[in-house]
Design a protein around this ligand. Structure first.
Ligand code: IMP
Length: 196
């Protein structure tokens, strides 16, 4: 059997039609996301040419962008994961950052690129970057798929931004509401009845 890329037309998979009643608006389609990730990967390849690179994904939201970004890079790359608490099951930042899972890798003298799903207030990322910088890496930079306006206004140091989006709560492509909708292939806003 020849191996090809299976899309939604070939295999049943969860997508926006499956949860249509919950979705208010699709902000980014699968094609929008994949095209932008390809552009970010090209920039990253240029910037890190000749340097070793460790991608650090922030669980759980960055799982999708880590998978797609790392495979869009035409070079060796190592990956590791951290989990930090930021939101509970609601839609507002708690402002409290706590490490739930630390890196398995020692980052001393390494070039680290933190990969995030979304930056809202920027609290999580700022905290994470200073924490990683205190461990003696060669460099720490950041990449996020989505950025909300509040973070765009603050001096949050983000080197690679996929999309600037409006100040709305979004789900899909790794992002959840109460642990659901992470497996949507699009980024969408939810209908008000879902929060009720
Ligand atoms: P920040 O510390 O306010 O920047 O929040 C960052 C974290 O909050 C992200 O890694 C997400 O886990 C979560 N978050 C922020 N905005 C959203 C959203 O619109 N949908 C889902 N999760 C979000």
């Amino acid at each position: 059997m020849s191996v090809s890329r299976f899309g939604c037309d070939k295999l049943p998979c969860v997508d926006v039609e499956n949860v249509a009643a919950d979705v208010e608006k699709v902000l980014l389609t699968e094609a929008d996301i994949q095209r932008r990730i390809g552009e970010l990967a090209a920039e990253i390849e240029r910037d890190y040419e000749g340097l070793d690179l460790l991608l650090v994904g922030v669980l759980k939201g960055a799982v999708m962008i880590m998978a797609d970004l790392s495979r869009a890079l035409h070079r060796h790359v190592e990956t590791d994961w951290m989990a930090v608490s930021s939101y509970g099951s609601g839609t507002r930042s708690s402002g409290v950052v706590r490490i739930l899972k630390d890196l398995d890798t020692d980052v001393i003298h390494r070039h680290v690129l933190v990969v995030e799903d979304i930056i809202d207030t920027g609290l999580t990322l700022s905290w994470l970057v200073s924490n990683l910088r205190s461990r003696g890496p060669a460099s720490v930079e950041t990449c996020t798929l989505l950025r909300k306006p509040e973070a765009a206004k603050r001096p949050v140091d983000v080197r690679y931004v996929g999309f600037d989006i409006p100040n709305e709560f979004v789900v899909g492509y790794g992002l959840d509401y109460a642990e659901k909708y992470r497996n949507l292939r699009v980024v969408a806003t939810l209908a008000p009845h879902v929060y009720g």
